[in-house]
Design a protein around this ligand. Sequence first.
Ligand code: PLP
Length: 512
Amino acid sequence: MAAIINSAVPLAARSLSSRATTERVPGCTGVRAAPRSRATLRVRAEAAAGGVGNIREQAARRVPLEKNSLFNAKYTPFNKGDSGEEYSLDEVIYRSKNGGLLDVEHDMEALAIYPPEYWKALFDERVGKTVWPYGSGVWSKKEWVLPGISDDDIVSMFEGNSNLFWAERYGRENLKMSDLWVKQCGNSHTGSFKDLGMTALVSQVNRMRKMGKPLAAVGCASTGDTSAALSAYAASADIPSIVFLPADKISLAQLVQPIANGSLVLSIDTDFDGCMRLIREVTAELPIYLANSLNSLRLEGQKTAAIEILQQFNWEVPDYVIIPGGNLGNVYAFFKGFKMCKDLGLVDSMPRMVVAQAHNANPLYRAYKNGFENFEAVKAEPTFASAIQIGDPVSIDRAIYALKETNGIVEEATEEELMDAAAEADLTGMFNCPHTGVALAALKKLREAQTIGPDDRVVVVSTAHGLKFAQSKVAYHAGEIEGIVGKYANPPVSVPEDFGKVMDILSQRLKQ
Ligand SMILES: Cc1ncc(COP(=O)(O)O)c(C=O)c1O
């Protein structure tokens, strides 16, 4: 086993010299490998050190992990049964024969050839570098994401590796908590966690187009963030993209993103659920690849945020992870990331998963309240958390499964609660989007109910950057939202160009 471990450990982490006979594995105390020839060491050292050519060319010369060819993944039905149904990831397929969801299933036995310490060392070694494509938080876990794809087919913007923000002041002063964290998935290329999934999906589309599959374009229905991510990744790979958006239901920043990236943008007079129905009909007729989270490829990229959280905690498992949920793909993606780490022995438990929904779009919350006995889609009402204004979530089965497996919880937040929670936390240095506001409001309720204790380690998943939702935040602070008091509003003070008047205002404020 020692030889297996060492031979595949990233080279940059090893101390190489032309005379070296033994190499140490980072994170694997005391494990030593067999000697290597000078030539092998030289080639590998060159790849590890960068060498000539751009980073793709360097990646093409890199020696793959020794057991790499054993790793593989395929589509199987989410509700497996015993049909034995399975498909290659190179097939254009979104549903199982009976119309159910598909899942990407990895060969876990093959991955288990390497022990947990090996994977931890490998992932840790790759973090945040410019080595193609491992500098990406998603592709640093490539063997667990899309093991079969060539590095050259990958379309990446070095996404992921988002910071885990210790909410010290907000936790201490507002919630009496000491171990509260916010996973800033919105600190990303297009400003939301969607980049994590889109790099996986667009890379696979890129591969299939190179294989000659007749895929003229990629397309999606979106509440704003999916279309932003799809258009950016498609543009980067020179793949045409088409996005269906519900007219007047997304933020200006979200709307301008696919426009700027050259997508064909259809602004449709309906809601997200209407756009989703249309895109499914269209992709059944035309060679447009469906990029919604119905497509399980996306979830493979998104699950790496969960693995990253564990890695950032030095492989300790948090007690709770709170995720704002709409179409409900992300909660399952997080579940899958945590589960893979547990199944492969990197950690020994799972966090309790909490889904937070807006009261105005709360079909999962309603199902939770009736013990998941039955699920009914709802007509989603407008919410400031516009990206989760979804009444008929595609991934409902996936979400319920994840919640049942982790003794999970669903909580909801009214418009006032979510805007107040975002604003209250902003006052401690954050800048939250309304979806993160939904998660923070859910946390507040769970703290008040003492479900979550003062010393529990809690991660709130922030799904988008607050700047994408500046309009609603401005309206909140201006006191312009009907029916909302704006407890934490901090409107700008208008003052003429007059020293005395400026001084009056300042001294008044400093007295408070
Ligand atoms: C900012 C933001 N938060 C949360 C979500 C919900 O994710 P999911 O649809 O996977 O539940 C979305 C999805 O559109 C989003 O854009």
